[in-house]
Design a binder for this molecule. Structure first.
Ligand code: MG
Length: 434
């Protein structure tokens, strides 16, 4: 069985994700790191405390020292792993998945997520474990003051704002309300931790943030900020109650980072050209990566980049750490508002405009690669600049086409982008007629 997906181990609690599995993963990790300290943390899901205890039992069986940082955002666990000089960090969370899910995500001592190769090593070791569920005592420490201090030190926010904060009853609850109160007047929405996520779905996407949009207009706020279940992601609503698309957020964060320091910005190959344009306008250089935040982080490390992220809502600010951090994202966006003196809708309106279409072609698993190959060959014949880092992207003057095999389903993913709707539709038709 393949244990690790694109973001750690995830599944339905009591079915795929059990205490026995958590303990085995703990033991496998213990065997992998051999000695020293491992930091544990968890999101507010009802199943998280017992899974955390089981992971601790598994680690203890291998003689590993354990410290828990309790119920905190995922980025706080990654931060703690580095801060406490631990060998690794373990976060019990299913991120933005519904309440019945849970999962386990592993962190390196430098605050980056375990790479796929390391996950495969752990997977092999898990098969050999017997699973120890004998309860072990461990200390819980408060990492929040150090974590928030590091976040605050990384921004300069001179102005005060009217903010609506929607924690979605998730892991941001013990951190964000107090932190944001330092930067203005905060109206709280779903800010009591609750593992059933009764307020809204944990994913902070435009369609799930209806209450936040309403509240922003009702109180006349400058900004609405929302997080997913474990607060590594952020969703933002401007002062007109409009959801800010993630490509626009990526562009704004890149612009902000490049104002402080010129350098490399890493984004995946399916990112809007709007982001590239903004990076170039602000004196930075674009580094295209494979799709997924793991490769974005790898490239950031390799090139000592100033910022990285992807349109899924993961934003990585390496001046603080290498874990996607939605809470840090909230401060960075306030910093941009403070420095520019503009409204958020104005900052978004200044961004270059592109029209993007994302389509899929379903096909059998067997034909998938063949289909991608044949589309790719024909695409290449159109001329343009070719990039084959993940699938095939061909860039023309003001437009581009990307064709890649989905990593999770038997389908070809097609993205086309152009300056106008007509041009984008014309490009899509060209591929569909191949
Ligand atoms: Mg998440």
């Amino acid at each position: 069985m393949k244990l690790f997906g694109t973001s750690g181990i995830r599944g339905i609690y009591g079915e795929e994700i059990t205490e026995e599995l958590a303990s085995k993963v703990g033991s496998a990790l213990g065997e992998y790191v051999k000695e020293g300290l491992v930091v544990l943390g968890r999101d507010p899901r009802n199943s998280s405390p017992s899974l955390e205890k089981a992971a601790a039992s598994g680690l203890a069986a291998k003689g590993i020292k354990i410290k828990s940082v309790g119920m905190v955002p995922t980025p706080a666990v990654a931060f703690a792993a580095r801060e406490l000089k631990a060998k690794a960090g373990v976060m019990i969370t299913a991120s933005h998945n519904p309440a019945e899910y849970n999962g386990i995500k592993l962190w390196n001592s430098d605050s980056s997520a375990f790479e796929p190769e390391k996950e495969r090593e752990i997977e092999k070791l898990v098969q050999k474990q017997s699973g120890n569920l004998e309860s072990v005592p461990f200390d819980t420490i408060n990492i929040i003051p150090k974590y928030t201090e590091a976040l605050k030190n990384s921004v300069q926010i001179e102005k005060k704002f009217k903010i609506v904060l929607d924690c979605g009853h998730g892991a941001a609850c013990p951190v964000s309300p107090e932190l944001l109160a330092d930067y203005g007047e905060v109206t709280e929405l779903f800010c009591e931790a609750d593992g059933d996520f009764p307020g809204r779905k944990p994913e902070p996407s435009g369609e799930n943030l209806g209450e936040l949009k309403k509240k922003v207009l009702e109180v006349g706020a400058d900004i609405g900020i929302a997080h997913d279940g474990d607060a590594d992601r952020i969703g933002v609503v401007d002062e007109t109650g409009t959801f800010v698309e993630r490509d626009a957020l990526l562009a704004l964060f890149a612009k902000n980072a490049l104002q402080d320091k010129k350098g490399v910005v890493a984004v995946p190959i399916d990112t809007s050209k709007m982001v590239e344009d903004v990076i170039e306008q602000n004196g930075g250089s674009v580094l295209m990566t494979r799709v997924g935040d793991v490769d974005v982080v790898a490239k950031l490390k390799e090139h000592k980049g100033v910022f990285g992220g992807e349109p899924s809502g993961c934003f990585i600010f390496p001046d603080v750490h290498l874990c996607p951090d939605g809470i840090l994202g909230s401060l960075k966006i306030l910093e941009l508002l403070s420095k520019s003196g503009k409204k958020l809708s104005e900052l978004v309106a200044e961004l270059p405009k592109y029209y993007t279409i994302r389509e899929t072609i379903l096909c059998g698993k067997e034909e998938l690669q063949e289909k991608v190959n044949s589309l790719s060959e024909k695409l290449k014949s159109l001329g343009g600049e070719v990039n084959e880092i993940d699938g095939l992207r061909v860039d023309f003057e003001d437009s581009w086409i990307l064709v890649r095999a989905s990593g999770t389903e038997p389908m070809v993913r097609i993205t086309v982008e152009a300056k106008s709707k007509e041009k984008a539709e014309e490009l899509l038709k060209t591929i569909q007629n191949f």
